[in-house]
Design a protein around this ligand. Structure first.
Ligand SMILES: *[C@@H]1O[C@H](CO)[C@@H](O)[C@H](O)[C@H]1NC(C)=O
Ligand SMILES: *[C@@H]1O[C@H](CO)[C@@H](O)[C@H](O)[C@H]1NC(C)=O
Ligand SMILES: *[C@@H]1O[C@H](CO)[C@@H](O)[C@H](O)[C@H]1NC(C)=O
Ligand SMILES: *[C@@H]1O[C@H](CO)[C@@H](O)[C@H](O)[C@H]1NC(C)=O
Ligand SMILES: *[C@@H]1O[C@H](CO)[C@@H](O)[C@H](O)[C@H]1NC(C)=O
Ligand SMILES: *[C@@H]1O[C@H](CO)[C@@H](O)[C@H](O)[C@H]1NC(C)=O
Ligand SMILES: *[C@@H]1O[C@H](CO)[C@@H](O)[C@H](O)[C@H]1NC(C)=O
Length: 575
């Protein structure tokens, strides 16, 4: 009797102790929002154009989705628009100027740079293990993780991992995986995304067999271009992504939406983009086919999502799992006359999908607040109850605060070159180093950037969604431009000063920042300038590292030295 009631108490306590939530991340590669690729994933997002297109199969009411079951963060941005640097910000919660992983290959980026900067020991999966999580990963993790260095040092942070290895990472029918650090195994002939699905399902099964909460990432390569590395001279060949056989016939009539930027030249375009020639019909036709191939490659990703969600449901853990669906960076094809590629600050490249479902998240809602990839790690750590001070902020996804949450800016940065892909690629486009500021709030939507050539861009995206009129250039149409009662001649220097102070603090309200009472503070700021176009983050090329910190009196200011690891703090300059 005594023992029985003691056992009952214990049993009751175990039942009552809330199990920490599980985290599943599905991370695609180079997925655009701008060309509406999400609308072609009926299992992720119901109600897109797919419902009007004959397709193999539609999602039905009984199936579990992502978008309709959760929140779409419709102003989500990557802060650096290329794979490896963006993944570094995602997994560390730090801005790229603090990770200093700024390229896909050494010396400025890739797996060796991640290791050298200590991030292999200090990133989300490691922090989650410390919080009691079992952690799993399958798919693409870092770039430049190849046959000779995949286990030097061992990849840290995972209880189980099956990670794609170069030089085959982007060959859809030639995947090679290292399982838990063992020598890479060839799966020649298998379709990469389907293989990653199988591996992810296997890890899910293992994860739910333990008591502990778990974290799993499935990172298929779709819809990234196919890349074949020539083993003799290490040259690379990029071409259409490959589809699974069952999807190869789809979308033959698809055409890229012709928005204002389609094959058009921006008034006052800068750097290498200003000299791009109009694309001829041959290239346009090729570009259409390129995007069709990307949409086909996404179908297997769509099925991967369904399989994982159904498995969670079958295991009875769906209602205690947060599912994040996102990508590393966006993509452009034909916009601004560009051949396929990324690495620009245009919306095509930085504005990306993020959809989250999970316990406490409202169904089928959208959030307007501006969020970015550096916010993901802090948000996950907060969801699992072990918050950590990082560069990013916590996105309140659950509870009443999520509706009231406002945030207006994303700080964008890039170093080095812009890569071009496909048959009409023109190699590395140099002079592609810039800092940008994306601001969206009540009544405005802006993008401001300073390039290493010291050219400046300013687009009023609310009236110019295609970013076709660079208001910072004399070549543009600036007639009577006014923002919050300020003429262009005052708006542009204010944005530059904001770009400078954003190295440490956060703007919550642009209208406030344009208030005349701050004029003196902003006039005293040094400007963001460059002295050279470097291939990586070379501080001496980026002008002053000292600037003024607002001390609360609106007039006076104190001098502050910026340190790369001086994290953005929580106080807001303008509230
Ligand atoms: C970033 O890394 C590069 C390459 O290792 C190095 O040359 C540069 O000084 C680093 N920048 C900073 C600010 O630490
Ligand atoms: C997962 O790895 C962590 C860190 O090494 C360890 O503490 C934990 O016991 C492992 N979980 C399992 C199920 O082995
Ligand atoms: C179209 O442009 C491409 C790239 O510049 C060029 O290689 C090709 O010859 C052009 N085709 C025609 C028909 O002009
Ligand atoms: C979650 O689902 C499981 C299995 O269907 C069920 O037993 C449990 O009560 C649910 N928990 C919550 C919080 O809804
Ligand atoms: C959120 O905003 C509503 C008005 O829209 C207000 O009534 C409520 O108090 C706010 N909640 C919080 C937590 O700030
Ligand atoms: C890069 O910009 C500099 C000006 O800062 C210019 O002199 C140089 O020609 C540019 N190089 C290329 C490849 O565009
Ligand atoms: C550009 O010019 C047109 C008139 O041709 C004008 O209506 C429009 O407002 C101008 N745009 C800007 C941003 O000044």
């Amino acid at each position: 009797m005594k023992i029985a009631s003691w056992m009952l108490l214990l049993f009751g306590a175990v039942l009552a102790s809330p199990q920490k939530p599980n985290i599943l991340i599905i991370l695609t590669d180079d997925q655009d929002l701008h060309m509406n690729s999400m609308d072609y994933m009926p299992l992720v997002k119901v109600g897109g154009v797919m419902n009007k297109i004959p397709y193999v199969r539609y999602a039905d009411e009984s199936q579990k989705y992502i978008t309709d079951e959760g929140v779409t963060l419709q102003n989500h941005y990557c802060t650096v628009a290329v794979c490896c640097p963006s993944r570094a910000t995602l997994w560390t919660g730090h801005a790229a100027h603090n990770t200093n992983v700024t390229d896909v290959i050494p010396p400025y980026g890739g797996w060796p740079k991640v290791v050298q900067r200590g991030w292999n020991d200090n990133y989300l999966p490691v922090w989650l293990q410390k919080a009691g999580y079992n952690t799993y990963y399958t798919g693409k993790l870092w770039n430049y993780l190849h046959t000779d260095n995949y286990n030097r040092p061992p990849i840290n942070g995972f209880n189980g991992s099956e990670i794609l290895i170069d030089p085959w990472t982007y060959q859809y029918y030639e995947p090679h995986l290292t399982r838990n650090g063992r020598p890479p195994q060839s799966y020649s002939g298998q379709y990469s995304t389907d293989l990653i699905k199988q591996k992810a399902l296997g890890f899910l099964e293992e994860a739910v067999s333990h008591q502990a909460p778990w974290f799993l990432t499935a990172a298929p390569i779709g819809p990234h271009a196919e890349i074949v590395v020539n083993r003799r001279d290490h040259s690379i060949d990029t071409t259409f992504p490959q589809a699974a056989q069952r999807h190869a016939h789809l979308f033959n009539d698809y055409k890229i939406p012709r928005d204002s930027s389609f094959n058009a030249k921006t008034l006052g375009a800068v750097s290498w983009i200003k000299s791009l020639q109009e694309l001829n019909d041959t290239v346009i036709g090729y570009n259409y086919e390129f995007q069709r191939a990307r949409l086909r490659a996404l179908q297997a990703v769509d099925e991967l999502v369904e399989a994982l969600v159904q498995k969670l449901d079958d295991e009875g853990v769906l209602n205690n799992t947060y599912i994040f669906y996102t990508t590393d960076n966006g993509f452009h094809i034909s916009q601004h006359r560009m051949v396929p590629g990324k690495s620009c600050g245009y919306e095509t490249d930085i504005h990306i999908p993020l959809v989250v479902r999970g316990p406490g998240i409202e169904k089928s809602v959208t959030l307007d607040a501006v969020t970015s990839h550096i916010d993901i790690a802090p948000t996950i750590l907060s969801l699992v109850g072990t918050p950590k001070q990082l560069d990013g902020k916590v996105i309140p996804l659950t509870g009443p605060t999520s509706h009231n949450f406002t945030s207006e800016h994303a700080a964008v940065e890039f170093w080095g070159y812009g890569d071009t892909e496909g048959d009409f690629a023109t190699g590395k486009q140099l002079n592609n180093t810039y800092k940008g500021l994306r601001l969206t709030g009540q009544g405005y939507s802006l993008y401001y950037s300073v390039w290493c050539t010291n050219e400046v861009e300013y687009y009023d995206i609310k009236q110019d969604p295609g970013q076709m009129n660079n208001l910072a250039s004399p070549a543009s149409n600036q007639s009577d431009y006014i923002l919050f009662n300020r003429p262009l001649s005052q708006v542009i220097p204010r944005l530059n000063a904001l770009l400078m102070v954003l190295k440490t603090c956060k703007v919550t309200n642009l209208e406030g920042a344009l208030d005349a009472s701050y004029d003196q503070f902003f006039r005293s700021q040094p400007l963001v300038t460059y002295s050279a176009c470097e291939m990586g983050y070379i501080r001496s090329a980026e002008g002053t590292s000292r600037w003024n910190v607002y001390d609360g009196t609106k007039e006076s200011s104190v001098d502050s030295e910026w340190h790369p690891l001086h994290y953005g703090n929580d106080w807001s300059l303008f509230t």
